[in-house]
Design a protein around this ligand. Structure first.
Ligand code: GDP
Ligand code: MG
Length: 211
């Protein structure tokens, strides 16, 4: 009887370690958790923040309400998760934006490419003011120019040039166009930005977004 007990004991223990070892060798260990990055997403009301974030998160965009205060969305990419905090963009809320910047590792600023000159200037001032804040001033910036499906929309490079962003933010800023009609464009922008946040360069590692 003792002999049998000993055999069972050795079978269970040895087998456990053997199976674990085999799984490790065959690469069956549990995947490492994805890195997470904290991002703030700002821009005037109606610039398309909630819509773009819903699209990239694979959610329906039909019933989006205007954002009061803030809300957070997880954007899951191939090798990281962006915890994106969208802050409402009305004039009333803009005064309080800085209270929501804590812990940010990157900034997304959205502007509607079809907006008139006056609104565009309001957006520029809002972005430049926000980026003066010590919590944001050294972070990578994604300038996303939305509504690219509209004929009269300014392109991302037009806005970047008009705002002289390269002179102020040098290599910290990347500009992309986006539209509700082109999810690929949005994926490309988020992938490139995530790559900068993770590796400091736009690399090939996370071009595939799992949505
Ligand atoms: N045609 C078009 N409409 C857009 C685009 N992005 C957002 N919108 C619309 O713009 C309006 C405001 O969008 P919303 O995401 O609520 O803006 P937010 O206030 O910045 O969050 C909504 O009616 C959206 O459907 C876009 O790329 N193209
Ligand atoms: Mg919103």
């Amino acid at each position: 009887m003792r002999q049998i007990n000993r055999l069972v004991y050795f079978y269970l223990n040895d087998n456990f370690w053997f199976v674990t070892l085999c799984n490790r060798i065959r690469g069956h260990q549990p995947p490492a958790p994805k890195k997470e990055k904290q991002v703030v997403c700002i821009g005037l009301s109606g610039s398309g923040k909630s819509t773009a974030l819903a699209l990239i998160a694979g959610e329906p965009i039909k019933e989006i309400q205007s954002t009061n205060g803030f809300h957070v969305k997880d954007v899951i990419l191939s090798d990281c998760i962006l915890n994106v905090k969208e802050i409402g963009g009305s004039e009333k809320i803009r005064k309080y934006w800085r209270h929501y910047y804590g812990g940010a590792q990157g900034v997304i600023f959205m502007v509607d490419g079809t907006t008139n000159e006056q609104e565009l200037e309001t957006a520029r001032v809002a972005m430049f003011d926000a980026l003066k804040d010590p919590q944001l001033c050294d972070l990578p910036i994604l300038l996303l120019v939305t509504h690219q499906d509209m004929e009269n929309a300014r392109s991302a490079s037009e806005v970047a040039e008009l705002w002289n962003v390269r002179e102020f933010y040098e290599d910290s800023v990347m500009e992309y166009g986006s539209s509700i009609k082109n999810i690929e464009q949005l994926k490309e922008a988020f992938s490139a930005f995530a790559s900068i946040l993770l590796h400091g360069v736009v690399g090939p590692t996370n071009v595939n977004v799992d949505i």
